[in-house]
Design a protein around this ligand. Structure first.
Ligand code: BEZ
Ligand code: FE
Length: 279
């Protein structure tokens, strides 16, 4: 029978010893060890324990079909980026780095002709062409690569956040590369935006003196047969919040220039490098 704090932890771990699935046992025992160590370290009070329970309950209540407050919590605590680093950091220094996906991806975006526009709603954003070549790590172009892109409008919102205002497929599209691996599409310049802040995650950011902004970026999922799927962003070098992105998604290698082209349209040129799968 456990008597003191450490004996209690040992007893809980012991009861998990017989967990049939070895991975579940490993994860649950580590979770208990770290949770107990946390409570001991901060000398968690009764009130603080109850505040934590209420906080997690409110976080669950905020979730619905389109809002996932637990993922947002994970994002703002850096856990999503840590899991991404653990699982997707490529051993190949040449491959484009991945980053977190975020909650605004909608599958089945419309297929568009290479070079077409993804703008379906004029919100006055700065016209921009995003272009480059999808390559392998030896530099060879990849044919038949699929780029699935999405980003926010100049008003800061993704189409999925504004079903009444924006067409559902605004600033989203899928493109397939030809033999030269080249891709390009017309769009508007992405802008920094606050993550959804009207729930428990927004409250915690305010209570801890943090801001709720993401640096301006566009999202890309890039897939091709024989290559590891890539989930990444292109960040705008001139954006605010590159150093303090609230979900820790910025990687230096993903920052790109948006430079004025001859016709006044901004050009963002970025090659995408995919690593071969199973290598
Ligand atoms: C996004 O980039 O879309 C995003 C990522 C994490 C939290 C909120 C938004
Ligand atoms: Fe985003």
């Amino acid at each position: 029978m456990p008597m003191n704090e450490l004996e209690l932890t040992d007893e809980v771990l012991r009861r998990l010893d017989e967990t049939p699935d070895p991975r579940l046992r490993e994860v649950m025992q580590a979770l208990v060890r770290h949770l107990h160590a946390f409570a001991r370290e901060v000398r968690l009070t009764d009130e603080e324990w109850m505040t934590g329970i209420r906080y997690l309950t409110a976080t669950g209540h905020k979730c619905d079909e389109v809002r996932q407050e637990f993922i947002l919590l994970s994002d703002t605590l850096g856990l999503s980026s840590l899991v991404d680093l653990i699982n997707h950091a490529s051993d190949n220094p040449v491959a484009t780095e991945p980053t977190i996906m975020g909650p605004f991806y909608v599958p089945d975006s419309p297929w568009r002709e290479m070079g077409a526009s993804i703008v379906e709603f004029d919100d006055g954003g700065e016209p921009t062409v995003v272009t480059g070549v999808v390559r392998d790590t030896e530099g060879a172009p990849i044919a038949d690569a699929v780029l699935d892109v999405w980003h926010n409008a100049a008003n800061g919102f993704y189409a999925v956040q504004q079903p009444e205002e924006q067409p559902a497929t605004n600033l989203r599209g899928r493109f397939r590369t030809g033999d030269d691996g080249h891709y390009s599409f017309h769009t508007v310049r992405p802008v920094p935006y606050p993550i959804p802040n009207d729930g428990p995650v927004g409250r915690l950011l305010r209570d801890t003196g943090r801001h709720e902004w993401r640096a301006a970026h566009l999202h890309m999922k890039v897939t091709a047969d024989g290559f590891t799927p890539l989930n990444t962003h292109i960040f705008d070098r001139e954006s605010d919040y590159l150093e303090s992105d609230t979900v820790f998604g910025v990687k230096g290698s993903l920052i790109a220039d948006f430079t004025p082209g001859p016709d006044g349209v901004l050009v963002c040129e970025t090659d995408i490098v995919l690593a071969r799968s199973g290598v």
